[in-house]
Design a protein around this ligand. Sequence first.
Ligand SMILES: Cc1cc2nc3c(=O)[nH]c(=O)nc-3n(C[C@H](O)[C@H](O)[C@H](O)COP(=O)(O)O)c2cc1C
Length: 350
Amino acid sequence: MLQLSPHLKARLSTPLKIGALEVNSRVLQSPLSGVTDLVFRRLVRRYAPESMLYTEMVHASRLQHLKEIPIIMEIDPNERPVSIQLFDCRPHFLAEAAQKAVAEGADTVDINMGCPVNKITRKGGGSSLLRQPEVAEEIVREIVKAVDVPVTLKTRIGWDDAEITILDFALRMQDAGAQMITVHGRTRAQGYTGNARWEWIGKVKQVLDIPVIANGDIFSVESAVRCLEETGADGVMCSRGTLGYPFLVGEIDYFFKTGEILAAPTPVQRLECAKEHLEALYEYKGERGIYQARKHMAWYAKGFVGASDLRSNLNKIETVEQGVELLNKAIDKLATGYEVIEEKEVVMSQ
Ligand SMILES: Cc1cc2nc3c(=O)[nH]c(=O)nc-3n(C[C@H](O)[C@H](O)[C@H](O)COP(=O)(O)O)c2cc1C
């Protein structure tokens, strides 16, 4: 049975304090570009009523040319606490964007200092800020001056193995006024490969006074507990583990609060959730929502007999009706005794 050390139990029994903001959960849903839109966040929120959620990253200077708030910045007042994540390298644009984020209802403003994508780092944003700590500092200072909500950031441990600069960088961000830092335990050069190096997150925790959130390879309740025990971090943030699985943050939160493991959703429940996700995306974004839904549907259709065929069919849907029909057929099949036997075989062969 999964046990918590007395130390960790004590930590989990108090709220996460981000500046003046108190969040009654120590597991967070990460910002995921192309994923954590309002529709996805509503699903996560259902299972994790108190956790901090993040929008997709928003390009700050792009807001200069828009008359209205773009759809990726939209917040439902019922989904708070929620943070809007911004990326850019120009302090002035970021400060203005932060004000718009707060006007939209953001409880914190988060700055992306970890994105490894060339298109973004070439222009000085994302993880390239690790190599320009003076710019990163100015960004934090400008935003802190501009808004009255906590300013936080999410970054990596360094640019590459020769430049693991996170300790100095994190201290500088704290000095500049950041109220929380999330550390993804990989370098920019690692991308998403290899293991997240949680030992570096533990070192960051030792030198900072502000909360440190551990990110990278949190795929289960067990990994969340192990990460907090090993790093001493103030909370964990889930990312790829939530793709096609909006239950994860809630499962971890429930364990942190009760010491009990929730039963995992069955394949039928996951496909029911996929259907709801598809319909809601269509309702919210129209046709564009259907194309975006394809990848989500493929993530949901996993771990049962026939999943691979279902994935390739879902990947071609042109209308919401096609998707619903495919999902309904799969649900009907899974609901028969015959399929349950097959499911058991799948579990045994894993
Ligand atoms: C599809 C995808 C989109 C992402 N988008 C963002 C983003 O918008 N902002 C951000 O800070 N990190 C983003 N990330 C990085 C994740 O938040 C996280 O740091 C990374 O996946 C490591 O955690 P994991 O090993 O648990 O997946 C993204 C990752 C993926 C896979």
